[in-house]
Write a protein that binds this ligand. Sequence first.
Ligand code: MN
Length: 233
Amino acid sequence: MTTYLFPPPAVQSLAIRGKAEQFPINRLFFVGRNYHAHAVEMGKPVDKSVERPFYFTKAPQTLVPSGATVPYPPETKNYHFEMELVVAIGKAGYRVKAQDAHTVIYGYAAGLDMTRRDLQLVARDKGRPWDLGKDIEDGSVCSEIVPMEGVVIENGAIALEVNGETKQSSNVDKLIWNIREIIADLSLFYHLQPGDLIYTGTPEGVGAVVPGDRITGRVEGVAEGALQIGPAA
Ligand code: MN
């Protein structure tokens, strides 16, 4: 039996609606610029006819369940929310054809891709990795996982409020690359595994929060979520 010098990191997991078991987390993938209006507000419009989707990852240890209070993170003055539909992978898949993409889907969730926008934009514009802007402790927020095996979501309102004021309001039918296309493309690069989460991108209206703010959001037909921003760490 393997013994460790110190206790290994805990497995990250999320509650599953209607089940006693937790959903164990493997990897966290994020699609960049997947709604036209958000790509435009970032100053980087997307031409699907000549571009492929792109991705970044965050460590599973950045995951925090919806409803949490998290500290305002260090080294930023522009901490942004991004409301996203999250796909939960339940079966292994490699080079999955778009028409077969539903076979690897376990369910969905509503998530927040929290972002140090100031650091992300510096990294982007200097050609540096996005990690300091994106891979943030307590910065990957996710609701309970809602089992929807084999279901491909094609539409549904997605919305977010800060202190009750609407900031983001769109529909997941506006995804530039839809769920089937994302799974097909991402699985060209990675052997998808049960426990992988794919954050599918955010619509327009992203903005900053400050300590004391309360974020609420939802994806129609999936789940709701909330996040309370606490004092600086
Ligand atoms: Mn995002």
